[in-house]
Design a protein around this ligand. Sequence first.
Ligand code: 3HC
Length: 321
Amino acid sequence: MSDGIEGRPEPDDARQQCFESRLDRALKIEPPDWMPDAYRKTLTRQISQHAHSEIVGMLPEGNWITRAPSLHRKLILLAKVQDEAGHGLYLYSAAESLGTPRDELVAALHAGKAKYSSIFNYPTLTWADVGAIGWLVDGAAIINQIPITRCSYGPYARAMVRICKEESFHQRQGFDIMWTLAHGTPPQRAMAQDALDRWWWPSVMMFGPPDAASVHNEQSLRWKIKLFTNDELRQKFIDQTVPQAERLRLTIPDPQLRWNEETQHYEIGPVDWDEFYRVVGGDGPCNRERLSARVDAWNDGAWVRDAAAEHARKRAGSEAA
Ligand code: 3HC
């Protein structure tokens, strides 16, 4: 029971004040609490797109489950991809707590009206890509998601606690694949470098547009949905990842990358935002393939959903009798 917001027929300005005072006191907003429509709307947008990203994110790595180089690597990859499915279901549940049914959220994805992370629209061409995704993409996801464990919306913050713990395993297994390849034969080293060359910039873009072009940064920071800006998290990722690439004796594909002793941060060359907006706009290397794979899976699974719903109806009927 939240502290007296729910159920009180107060004028919106009084409830707005109550909402804001809870944010100021770092109290969570829970599903039954009053919240501004715009807060509900932007959370439904972000959480559902996060869930879509987890589900679509299964596809690039799933492509390598049958081709993993050993049973050991296959088992690890299977566990990781299953984790991502669970993250998606967790996040759909958190999104539904804001009032929009899951089927509606998924229909928006299938109709191209809802987004998922740009990073999943790139192909996984070699086994090293599985390592690069774990190391870079899950590494970026951890940096982006740990602050969300402290965000203002209760169900989202709580869902993130378990998800972040599992992401840490994802990042470690990815780095382990890259370490094995980078210390392997020359062709294996070359495969690892090629994967870094192809996944570095899309991983940098994953954090969203530059702050100056971010549509939601300011409001999401005010509502403590975001605790850091896109550029702040991007910088944290770069500062953390460059030394890791050095440990792997791999080269970051950016000739302008340099350490700034004064700011104690790495500086990178220009990001190709035209590519980012092209991929976000649906014109990336794998956008069509990803979306049709999701639509096909949804349609193929209709009988399972119908059977489960029928079973639930029968069970409710027998319990009521
Ligand atoms: N891919 C696709 N769309 C993106 C994007 C990206 N990498 N970055 C930003 N966008 C979209 C936003 O969704 C927004 O469009 P919308 O209004 O239609 O939703 C628009 O670009 C403007 O961007 P903003 O910065 O203003 O948007 P946000 O404030 O929402 O910030 C975000 C974008 C940082 C991705 C934020 O939404 C967020 O933190 N989301 C939660 C985390 C998440 O979704 N991560 C995605 C990867 S999940 C993952 O990696 C799983 C792991 O297991 C591998």
